[in-house]
Design a protein around this ligand. Sequence first.
Ligand code: FAD
Ligand code: NAD
Length: 508
Amino acid sequence: MFSGHNRPASTDAERIWIENVRPSDWTNPEPAPRYNLVVVGAGSAGLVTAAGAAGLGARVALIEKLNMGGDCLNFGCVPSKGLIRCGRAVSAARNAHRFGATGTDKVKADFTSAMAYMQEVRSAISQHDSARRFQQELGVDVFLGTGTFVSHDTLTVDGKPLRFRKAAICTGARASAPPIPGLEETGYLTNETVFSLNKRPSRLAIIGAGPIGCELAQAFARLGSQVTVLEYGSGALPREDRDAAALIEQAMIREGITLYFDCRTKQISRQGNTRNIDMDLPDGPRHIAVDDILVAAGRTPNVTGLGLEKAGVAFDPKTGIKVDRRLRTSNRRIFAAGDVCSPYKFTHTADAMARMLLANALFPGRQSTSSMVIPWVTYTSPEVAHVGLYEEQARQKGLAVTTLTVPLADTDRGLIDGETAGFARVHLKKNSDKILGATIVAEHAGEMIGEMALAISGGLGLGAIGRTIHPYPTQAEMMRKLADAYQRNRLTPRIKKLLNIWFRWQCR
Ligand SMILES: Cc1cc2nc3c(=O)[nH]c(=O)nc-3n(C[C@H](O)[C@H](O)[C@H](O)COP(=O)(O)OP(=O)(O)OC[C@H]3O[C@@H](n4cnc5c(N)ncnc54)[C@H](O)[C@@H]3O)c2cc1C
Ligand SMILES: NC(=O)c1ccc[n+]([C@@H]2O[C@H](COP(=O)([O-])OP(=O)(O)OC[C@H]3O[C@@H](n4cnc5c(N)ncnc54)[C@H](O)[C@@H]3O)[C@@H](O)[C@H]2O)c1
């Protein structure tokens, strides 16, 4: 369906995408006298909130200042995963000689075709989030413009007042710009502009080795850019399990990406089309010259210009809107969900929070964010997937922990696929099979972490996973092997002795 091969960037796809998310001929509806719910921001959180409320019969207004679909569809998950898919295909083709293919040394990436593929995917998915669908099919009043609170119960958009019984702030977050001298003047890419490039940067510097930095470093390197990653901290993916992060660092280095850790960028400047970066590294000063700089150094919540003071909504410019466990702000009529108020900045978290918001705002619901079990995945090759606590966090909470690890190389499927860089690791409450947290590293770790998330949220122990028959040969057998390792650990010298006595007695 998506034929990116050898095609120029598809302007048709771009046109369809824009017509869906920001129709050129859009006229805002006349506001109703009062809405049950006004939602500000049509990203993952806002769309789910608006569609859910309208589906229940509520009178709903949805305000979006830029593109319906927010970051995820337009400048985040969808385009990044689209380019990652292209990078994976190129990498798989280059490595196909291991499996009998020939001529693989001639495989080249065509950046324009890869971008066209990404645009076609985004265009196809954009139909789901389109302004017309929300207004005509779902019955939501869609206002394209900037929403600003003018009082405790009223917002304006394009100068028109929208009165509400309840409101939901779902305005998301944007790329933070680190305070590096010369960065602003030199100009840089962020997630809002990188997916509009019409030419591959030959030399790309990426500031930040978090999920965005690592995912896009690998994608651009596979599509032919010479990539350098500058990370302030001492390693990639600083929040992840260090063994997992080390595998990603090794994979990136193998693919020709230069990684600078403990990097202090001192000055950035521009000479013609070249951007110069001067930095201090542990072994001394370094200078690099690149064509583009992508900033992926964290996110800042969108709280300015919203009139939050007039609405009596408390916020912090760094962490966003202050909400309690039920997603209520300091104004009892106003709730918030998604990146604007959550430290867990993921589409699936925004979605889950939106569902909670609906129950708590429109009904006397008491759903709490403290019950959320949130898995996440970084879509590098291999992927890193995690849920629950890391070992260090569990210890900080005063919990005694048993950690078990099964290497991917211990599964037949890992060997068959030639994918042995990875592992599954589980942290158990000591002397029990209660799962506190798990990390999986594998090409498709994201497809496996759901089992661990289900076990944690359903209160199932590792024993239940061990009793579940897993198909052979799969990489997911790592889960069952973790349970086997747990059972083996339970064989204390005393139990072994008793078993010996039992078997000897049987053969007497
Ligand atoms: C490059 C990248 C890759 C990502 N990949 C993944 C991934 O693979 N998986 C994953 O789970 N998450 C991923 N994320 C994170 C994910 O995109 C966000 O967590 C998610 O989009 C948050 O949804 P949201 O609704 O809270 O905010 P957003 O999607 O940011 O939506 C907020 C909307 O509010 C609008 N808005 C702001 N202020 C106003 C105003 N005053 N009036 C009207 N409208 C306003 C904005 O224009 C925006 O459309 C990625 C993010 C990036 C940047
Ligand atoms: N697969 C996914 O689910 C996915 C993918 C991309 C983004 N996201 C979401 O978006 C969020 C933002 O991603 P991100 O990667 O921008 O942020 P991040 O906060 O996760 O990582 C930013 C990195 O930049 C580094 N950094 C900060 N300032 C720096 C400087 N001056 N010089 C060098 N390095 C610097 C930090 O040390 C950190 O390692 C993620 O935390 C995640 O919630 C999710």
